[in-house]
Design a protein around this ligand. Structure first.
Ligand code: MN
Length: 294
């Protein structure tokens, strides 16, 4: 059992529409868990029709955006021409690769939003792959003990998720219907994060409250976890990235130049990022780069 762990609390950020989100990654003490490099817990939020999230056209490179819907519906559009609503129990997975742009918005009649929005960094040899968009109507789901397991990415036991990823990682949700104790099988090569989305859990003698993330270093083969009634936990894990990842605005990369170039290309409306059709609103403008000019 690993004894290297860290309890991380969320900071509050805001997404379009003013809906507060709990941001767990990146944070001061930890930028990535495996290839997972961004982790927002949005909602649960309720709002009047027409006032939900609305995020205008913005670019990404070198990562995948992974949307796991718990409640509400979100419409995705991208520069490949994809137009796709993601509903509870479904996954939208956008691979930015060399460059893509997209929008996300709650439907006009929508009144709730509860989702996990994650990014997965592509490994260094895959950062320039062609952009792609995939939607998954369903992912593997089974009952274990008094909880329901949903496999979002990677493999667990005899289950393998269909989601297209490019490095060894896992994403899994556990939802308890009664107070429950589970022994999770871990891959000793993986580091892990356990995020409580609803309810509360405990592991390694540590209480993990809603919007807290328990980090586990590689080395453990199993983890005993206790879930309170109606607790929803997101487990993310993976092999630590081989190189330091830079994360700036909507870009990630392994060197400054690739991010500086992406910012210049977005500002110049370079065809690399295409155009999102059908969204009524302005494209987002990148903030100032944090590095002095070379
Ligand atoms: Mn985005």
């Amino acid at each position: 059992m690993t004894d290297i762990h860290d309890l991380i609390s969320a900071r509050t950020a805001h997404i379009g529409g003013g809906i507060p989100v709990a941001r767990l990654l990146p944070n001061k003490s930890r930028r990535t868990i495996g290839a997972w490099c961004f982790l927002d817990h949005a909602g649960p939020a309720e709002f009047a029709p027409g006032t939900g999230m609305r995020v205008g056209p913005h670019p990404h490179i070198a990562l995948q955006t992974f949307t796991w819907m718990i409640a509400g519906e979100v419409l995705h559009r991208d520069s490949l021409g994809s137009v796709q609503v993601v509903r509870p129990g479904q996954v939208n997975l956008m691979t930015a690769g060399a460059g893509i742009s997209h929008t996300e918005e709650c439907l006009a009649e929508e009144t709730e939003l509860h989702a996990a929005q994650l990014w997965i960094a592509l490994p260094p040899h895959k950062i320039n792959i062609a952009p792609a968009f995939d939607h998954y109507d369903q992912v593997p789901r089974w009952t274990t003990g008094l909880s329901q397991c949903t496999l979002l990415a990677g493999s667990y036991g005899e289950h393998t998720a269909p989601t297209r990823v490019y490095s060894p990682l896992i994403g899994m949700e556990l939802l308890s219907t009664a107070p429950d104790a589970q022994t999770l099988t871990l891959n000793p090569d993986f580091e892990y994060g356990i995020l409580v989305l609803e309810g509360s859990a405990s592991a390694l003698g540590i209480e993990v409250a809603q919007d807290q993330l328990l980090y586990l270093a590689p080395g453990a083969a199993a983890l005993d976890i206790h879930l309170s009634l109606n607790t929803r936990v997101l487990l993310v894990g993976g092999e630590p990235l081989p190189e330091d990842l830079l994360i700036w605005w909507n870009f990630v990369g392994y060197d400054r130049d690739s991010i500086i170039q992406a910012a210049a290309d977005w500002a110049a409306a370079d065809p690399r990022f295409g155009e999102v059709k059908g969204f009524d609103g302005p494209r987002l403008v990148a903030p100032e780069l944090p590095w002095p000019a070379q």
